[in-house]
Design a protein around this ligand. Structure first.
Ligand SMILES: [Zn+2]
Length: 495
């Protein structure tokens, strides 16, 4: 316990969250990050967010919590080394300011890459360790898409990853990590961790946790937890587009001072995942056939999942392949969101009800379709602000910047200034579009869209659009990931 307070446990919290697509050329400036400092972090209280889970658990446990620095950005290319130093510097300065403490909680992603630091999350924990010392209990929360290597396991006291994708247990898992940390501080438990990595590199689309194979693996983990075999078990599916040595699936088992048991559990679950790998293979529908199928479907909304431009997975969000198909095939009642600040400006210049003539999308790189010339009527202009209704990130604000809705033939284009991963109905509701009443909705996602859209979806088609979210991993030029790894390599048997 902190000196001078007889019973109160004192924790310090902070975090840096970025999922990094190492094949992306889209830069990651500081302005891409939502940055929250000090007591402003309390805005996350009660939200379905990792920091919200830390805050809520501390309130429930009567623990004193000091806030430092938290930042988060949508996935893009590796973070420049000076920006990474700046972000970790702010976090560490905040921690130093609030020491002494009994423990630290770090809310990280687990697939962050910075220039010069391929395993950036492990580097963050190491830098924090250098300040707080080897004895300080440090709990880390990670995304289900974390690429977990030995470095972050060595530097942390305990790790808790999300069990869901779409990520709807952000608050719960962070609260779990906080409770385990407090029990550690109180001497009730002595966590030890084991990491086993089956040689698997599945794509995000294979990791929907409500269906096999991931539901099978996570249910087994929950059974072991419920039986008291482990304090907590994390099944991290990996982020295949971060080309690092830590890339690939990970099982982390945490037991109460029983390293052999932790190792056996992690091994068992890794072998279970390996045995189910054929269920992780994904084949999607070509764009022209997908749009034809959506138009022919008798009932909407039909969700066209633009997997190649999966924003949450680090793509630009300005892919136009499906827009081109929708216009060519004369779809009606269709909605598509595209990030394009220049097109938004053109809409603002035209004004509400004005006719805008411009090009849309395809401007970040040449992998997601060409810019599409459009002429349409501006239906709505907005400051873009909305608040997630959830389940994922419920209560958390979204700021895609100035936003316009323009009607181009049978397509309502929602143009954002900044990309934002779709998974919440407020993205459309906030600009006056009722998702339930649309015929076709394009979502630039793999699985996340299900969080908000599943209840209104009549039919979903996963489209084999080209781009950085492509499920064809062999098309990426991997250099760092440890080989052999499935499905890039044929592996006769494992372990
Ligand atoms: Zn994730």
């Amino acid at each position: 316990m902190t000196e001078g307070s007889d019973t109160l446990v004192h924790l310090i919290a902070g975090g840096i969250m970025h999922e990094t697509h190492t094949f992306s050329v889209e830069p990651t400036p500081l302005s891409d990050f939502t940055v929250v400092r000090g007591d402003d972090c309390n805005q996350y209280a009660g939200t379905n967010h990792s920091l919200g889970g830390v805050i809520d658990a501390c309130a429930e446990l009567g623990v004193e919590l000091s806030h430092t620095f938290f930042c988060q950005a949508t996935a893009t290319a590796p973070v420049a080394s000076d920006l990474f130093d700046y972000l970790t510097g702010e976090l560490i300065a905040g921690i130093e300011q609030h020491l002494p403490a009994d423990g630290i909680v770090l809310t990280l992603h687990g697939a962050m890459v910075a220039e010069g630091s391929l395993e950036a999350d492990a580097e963050i924990v190491r830098r924090v360790r250098a300040v707080v010392g080897p004895e300080m209990p440090v709990a880390v929360t990670l995304d289900l898409h974390a690429n977990i290597g030995p470095a972050i396991v060595d530097a942390s006291t305990l790790i808790v990853g999300y069990d869901t994708y779409p990520h709807i247990d952000l608050n719960e898992r962070a609260a779990e990590a906080t409770r385990l940390l407090v029990r550690t501080i109180n001497g009730e438990i002595a966590p030890v961790m084991a990491l086993v990595k089956p040689p698997l590199l599945p794509v995000p689309q294979a990791m929907f946790t409500s269906v096999p194979p991931f539901s099978t693996i996570i249910e087994r983990a929950h059974t072991l937890e419920a039986a008291g075999e482990a304090l907590t078990i994390s099944v991290a599916g990996s982020f295949a587009y971060a080309d690092t040595e830590a890339a690939g699936m990970s099982i982390v088992a945490v037991t109460d001072n029983d390293p052999a048991r932790a190792q056996a559990i992690a091994q068992e679950l890794a072998e279970l995942a390996w045995s189910l790998r054929d269920q992780m293979l994904i084949t999607n529908v070509p764009p022209d056939a997908a749009v034809a199928e959506a138009i022919a479907h008798p009932e909407g909304p039909v969700i066209l999942v633009d997997v190649g431009d999966n924003i949450g997975g680090g793509t630009p969000g300005d892919g136009t392949v499906l827009l081109t198909e929708l216009l060519e095939q004369k779809a009606t009642g269709a909605v598509m969101v595209i990030a394009d600040p220049d097109a938004v400006q053109a809409c603002f210049a035209a004004g509400v009800n004005g006719i805008v003539k411009t090009t849309v999308g395809g401007k970040t790189d040449n992998l997601h379709g060409a810019p599409v010339p459009i002429e349409g009527r501006v239906r709505l202009l907005s400051d873009g602000h909305w608040v997630h209704e959830g389940p994922e990130n419920a209560g958390v604000a979204a700021e895609p910047g100035l936003t316009a809705v323009v009607e181009v033939d049978g397509v309502h284009l929602v143009l954002n200034s900044m990309k934002i991963a779709p998974g919440d109905l407020q993205q459309l509701k906030s600009v006056g579009i009722d998702p339930a009443r649309q015929k076709i909705i394009v979502v630039k996602a793999a699985v996340r869209w299900r969080g908000g859209y599943a209840p209104v979806t009549k039919h979903a088609i996963h489209v084999n659009t080209p781009g950085l979210g492509s499920v064809d991993l062999a098309s990426f030029g991997y250099e760092s990931v440890l080989r052999p790894i499935w499905p890039l390599d044929e592996i006769e048997s494992w372990p």
